[in-house]
Design a protein around this ligand. Structure first.
Ligand code: SUG
Length: 429
């Protein structure tokens, strides 16, 4: 079996509207000028990099923005531009939400339990409802449509609809799987948060995590519901993948990632004795430094030669304690043999690092062959994506541009050109 990373292509409306309370990068860059074209090209460079490492790579596509259909539900009438103009006059905040390109962070598209873990031997995917943040709550219907196209072969895949509100579910960002290898039966850790009075939102509800584990048909003995530490949420870890990541036999986590780390480690050691738990002590890298650098929002991947690489954002180099921790790790004899650094600055400024931008799906050869090939990449398709982005994506978006009809038009045209270029029929997505 192999693991495919499906990266979200950054959409043409990428901007800094500061919509995510509790996400420090999003809040502190609110009102800045964004560069959608550069953002999308940074993402494509990442996809190319993964291919060059010998890893399979997929893509998920930007959603239809601005979301005039949603504004129509809120009582604005007329054609799309009339709806948007009326909303911009009356409630500009609603238009900002309807312009969000946040579907790029596909770690929040859904939760994936690969076939070896499930009762019916199919790969189960639950669309995330993202119900806590308004702009993200708009994503589920289009995400479901897209995942059902990509993984529509029900001999191998089952895509579940989003859970009902108010059980906030943020998908794979709050999920970790450990296994002897991608193709073996594994254990699945679902991380939830508990809302504290006056604190940042705890976006993943325990009820949601439990429901996903149930509907995926997992053996309860293979599942652990893990409480995220209150300290991590308070420090700005709005998802678990900001403080921990797992791959095959390795858990790489900050000391303060979980409320009861000893229980988590005991479960892993009992079920997977060969596991390596790489815990980074707060005394060496503070929670604040971890969140500023996004050290744990890296992609931990198994390379074709069997070694593991950590794909980190460039910001890791800017935080001295983090950089020196990485050097020490590389000098040791641990399972992570190399560190690769990527420039994802545009996404990072909204709180989205390498791991946020990808959804992992582990498949065997037959399931791989059943995936809609339009969602799979090779260097030629990456070049096609880059060309479409160069031609159609806006160079910059300043806050007031979000109310500009010319920008709305450009976003629609860009997405239409993308879908056509990738071989989708109008209305298929
Ligand atoms: O949900 N940022 C996203 C970042 C998601 C990162 N994903 C993972 N950690 N897996 C969020 O907070 C900012 C959008 C804005 O402010 O315009 C935003 O939605």
């Amino acid at each position: 079996m192999r693991e495919i990373n499906f990266d979200g292509l950054v959409g043409p409306s990428h901007n800094y509207a500061g919509l995510s309370f509790g996400n420090i990068a999003s809040a502190s860059n609110a009102g800045a000028v964004a560069s959608p074209r550069a953002a999308a090209l940074q993402g494509i460079a990442k996809m190319r990099h993964m291919l060059a490492l010998g890893l399979p790579q997929g893509v998920l596509l930007p959603h239809d923005r601005p979301d005039a259909a949603w504004l129509r539900l809120l009582g604005f009438a007329g054609d799309d531009d009339a709806v948007l103009a009326a909303a911009w006059r009356a409630e500009p905040g609603l238009v900002r939400n309807g312009m969000a390109a946040s579907a790029m962070w596909t770690a929040n598209a859904g939760t994936v339990s690969p076939a070896p873990d499930t009762r019916d031997g199919r790969c189960h995917i639950s669309v995330a409802n993202l119900s806590t943040m308004l702009h993200r709550s708009l994503e589920a219907p289009q995400t479901a449509r897209q995942l059902r196209l990509a993984f529509g072969d029900t001999r191998h895949f089952l895509v579940h609809d989003a859970l009902p509100a108010p059980f906030g579910d943020e998908g794979a960002a709050n999920f970790m799987r450990l296994a002897p290898n991608h193709g073996a039966r594994g254990i699945e850790l679902f991380v939830y948060g508990v809302q504290r009075d006056g604190g940042f939102p705890a976006r993943q509800r325990r009820e949601a995590s439990a429901a996903v584990a149930r509907r995926h048909g997992l053996d309860p003995n293979d599942v652990l519901l893990v409480e995220q530490s209150a300290a991590a949420i308070a420090a700005g870890a709005f998802h678990n993948d900001v403080v921990a990541v797992a791959n095959e036999t390795v858990l790489f986590a900050h000391e303060q990632a979980f409320e009861d780390p000893a229980a988590v480690y005991a479960f892993i050691r009992r079920r997977l004795p060969e596991a390596t738990i790489l815990e980074v002590p707060a005394a060496e890298v503070s929670l604040e430094a971890a969140i500023r650098s996004y050290l744990f929002n890296s992609q931990l991947v198994t390379l074709p030669d069997g070694g593991m690489a950590l794909i980190v954002p460039g910001e890791c180099r800017e935080v001295p304690t983090v950089w020196s921790w990485l050097q020490t790790m590389l000098a040791g004899n641990g399972p992570i043999r190399s560190v690769e650094m990527l420039d994802l600055r545009e996404s990072m400024r909204n709180g989205g690092g390498p791991a946020c931008l990808r959804l992992r799906v582990a498949v065997d050869d037959a399931a791989f062959a059943a995936i809609d090939p339009r969602f799979l990449l090779d260097p030629a398709r990456c070049a096609l994506l880059a060309d479409l982005v160069e031609r159609h994506w806006p160079e910059r978006i300043a806050p007031d541009d979000l109310g500009d009809p010319a920008l709305w038009r450009q976003c629609r045209t860009a997405r239409a050109a993308l879908l056509e270029g990738l071989g989708f029929e109008p209305g298929e997505l």
